[in-house]
Write a protein of this length. Sequence first.
Length: 418
Amino acid sequence: MVVKPAGPLTGAVSARGAKNAVLKQIAACLLASGTHRLRNVPDISDVAVMSRLLEALGCSVRRAAPSELLIEVPASADLVPLAPAHLFEAMRASIVVLGPMLARCGQMHMALPGGDDFGGRPINFHTEGLGAMGATFANERGAIHARVESGRLRATRFTLEYPSHTATDNLLMAAVLAEGRTVIDNAAREPEVEDLGRQLVAMGARIEGLGTSRLTIDGVVELHAADHEVIPDRVVAATYLAAGLITGGAVRVSDARPDHMEMLLRKLTAMGAHVDLAGPGVAVEGPARVRACDVATLPYPGVATDYKPLITTVLSVASGVSVVSENLFVGRFRYVDELVRLGADITTEGHHALIRGVDHLEGTSVRGTDIRAAAALVLAGLVAEGETRVAGLDHLERGYEDLVGRLASLGASIERAS
């Protein structure tokens, strides 16, 4: 991708459906036979991979419209508890078929999940929780062999050591068909988890406590197919708001949910942004130069780790010195070296980054190593003098639908290079 500075970005864009919601919601369809309809589905490569994964498990998936998926799920006896390894290795979210398949079929054989390269994320929270529900696991040669010997998962009370978003999703989906009442304590509170819960309730699940750290699930014998609209992607929304902020422009994300982004919007205000919540969505107007601000990532409702590369990039051209702390994933400062290549003054030690704002960045060739890092380097290119060439577009396409077209509609000078 080739990016050149083009002055302040202005205008309105949409974020579309949330990647971190829709991937789990596609997997949730495995819990009930029939035809499921998901609306506001983004056209991103991770959705395509998850769709192929469900097809390998015996389902039919097709786009009925540009933003709509129809997923036909067969009877449990016709589901296939095995799929090609490369589909699991393509993304971390593939682990979330484990809970639904154990609940529906009593077994699953899968390769260990892959995904973005910013440090290990073990799956022990998933296996320990599902193990407490009666599943047994064998791990050999990078594959998981899981089985429910009793035929049906049983209810349990399980406290997550850490409020893992994906582990909460997996245990929640498994529990809706388990026998008895399951309680998940220290559950993740992200809007995407709550949205998954709403989909499950529409399918006939009995869940209390959505949006809180304690989920209570009364298992049912059977669920039914349902229609569901995916919530907007708060990280994609944050990317476009950050683009307006870093260029000193005025950008509105028309479908952004301010109630999902409260802590981030507070930090953008601290950087000097004028935040407009009058609607539709959220708008940000940037100052001539942003102010320094200290930021630390925390589980929701704190500042999400996915926001951090975007924030770090904006602060790299701020007035003053900022400290950004990463409290969730130890390897998630790997993009900093690329920002330094662009002229940023950033030093890291442990889980802290010290950012001394510079007057300007200088365009050069850089590479994104994960979805948000690649997006952050595109943001840097919007204000870097000269030309910035960002490689690693396969990462961007996993989480952003037509990033080039949307930024160009705001006035950015950006294009794909052959």
